[in-house]
Design a protein around this ligand. Structure first.
Ligand code: MLT
Length: 404
């Protein structure tokens, strides 16, 4: 028996599992501690009423023989694919049609599963710091090489540092790469990319034949009108990019699960249409997102749904501002939180990230995410999310200020 021993090369546990383990250890010893959780980016506002109403109606449909639906199309129902194409893409000048959109149960799954389309020898570029799922799934597929414990990085990955010096948006990689993961608004730094910056990436990818895997899970948080929401707003992207969309952070679907991947018909590599390969993959390994969930997601695009979603986003962005302004007033270096629910905070006096994480957990009873968990350039930072309750968030900031 041979197992996929790439799994054995993975260091420790997945970042958010490790944080949960440490938090559980602490609460086990201090059951009285009233923790405020601003660590994992999980939403706290309930589903918008328009979504709930649509899901209730769909539940009733499933309860009657006349309207009952079994297996749906693996690509997603046309009603949702068409609504996304119209409102998420075409309304912003991005030419994506319904048949280029594949509905799924999560952007995290899609970001990992997309690797099925690419051979093990491809060179992969990731931002540093980076959402750990991109790195770990490539390590599982054998594209990351070996984990170098001393340098805290994988030998075959191309890391693109995102630092205060470059405004947390990476420069083009040194050598040629085949796959480039970009996430804007960025997790974890909260940075955004301008149209000009994205154009440089698109031109680079078209020149060298690379594919950009663009994670737009946080696009709904963009407040500055000139910032693109989709890579497909950029000329040339249809021949070099795949985009991931999510209802999780936008409409509160972290526990409900619905997302989508957009792959343009013109995206061809090695003589194969990547849209066709993905379609083949999904038909083989996936039986579609539940009908009830897709009806709920469709309601996000109604006038009511859009208004309710905007209210939730404004709520989370207001929390992000509370964090940003509170911690800046306390003398910490902060960025993000303007077009993003995430605030990226420099640790005091360059304290190691995990030490500051432990200090905040134990002395302020506030759960954060240590920047080092997102990659070597995350050392010296922590990430806080605006996804908590408003009162909790304000209290967390006060507690942090008190111990600084
Ligand atoms: C995060 O905290 O970075 C997110 O919750 C990750 C995710 O969406 O999977």
């Amino acid at each position: 028996m041979q197992i996929n021993d790439n799994f054995c090369k993975l260091p420790g546990s997945y970042l958010f599992s490790e944080i949960a383990r440490r938090v559980a250890g602490y609460t086990g010893e201090h059951p009285e501690a009233a923790l405020i959780r601003l660590g994992i980016g999980d939403v706290t506002r309930p589903l918008p009423p328009a979504v709930l109403a649509a899901m209730h109606a769909a539940v009733d449909e499933q309860g009657s023989a006349e309207t009952f639906r079994g297996y749906g199309p693996e690509q997603g129902y046309p009603f949702l694919r068409e609504a996304m194409a119209r409102y998420d893409f075409q309304a912003r000048g991005a030419e994506i049609s319904a048949d280029e959109i594949f509905i799924s149960d999560g952007a995290k799954s899609d970001c990992g599963n997309i690797g099925d389309l690419f051979g093990p020898g491809n060179r992969v570029a990731v931002c540093d710091p980076v959402y750990p799922a991109y790195v770990d799934t490539n390590a599982m597929a054998g594209r990351a090489g070996e984990y170098d414990k001393v340098r805290e990085r994988w030998t075959e990955l191309c890391y693109m540092p995102c630092t205060a010096e470059n405004g947390f948006t990476p420069d083009l990689p040194d050598g040629a790469v085949d796959l480039i993961y970009l996430c804007f608004p960025n997790n974890p730094t909260g940075a955004v990319a301008t149209r000009e910056q994205l154009k440089r990436w698109v031109d680079y990818a078209n020149d060298c034949g690379a594919v950009i895997l663009f994670d737009a899970a946080y696009e709904a948080f963009i407040t500055e009108p000139e910032i693109p929401h989709s890579i497909f707003e950029i000329e040339g992207a249809r021949t070099c990019a795949i985009e991931f969309r999510s209802f999780s952070k936008t409409a509160g679907f972290t526990g409900t699960r619905c997302a989508a991947t957009a792959i343009p018909g013109e995206l061809v590599r090695g003589g194969a249409s990547l849209r066709e390969l993905w379609n083949r993959r999904q038909c083989t390994k996936f039986n579609g997102t539940p009908y009830i969930v897709q009806r709920g997601a469709e309601a996000v695009y109604t006038a009511e749904g859009r208004r309710q979603v905007e209210e939730n986003i404004a709520y989370y962005l207001s929390n992000a501002r509370t964090i940003r302004e509170g911690l800046a007033a306390a003398g910490l270096k902060v960025s993000g939180g303007v077009n993003s629910p995430y605030v990226w905070v420099g640790t005091p006096n360059g304290m190691p990230s995990w030490d500051f994480f432990d200090l905040l957990l134990q002395r302020a009873n506030v759960v954060t995410t240590p920047g080092a968990g997102f990659g070597p350039s995350g050392e010296g930072y922590i990430r806080l999310t605006g996804f908590g309750g408003a009162e909790d968030t304000a209290q967390a900031v006060e507690r942090i200020k008190r111990i600084l």
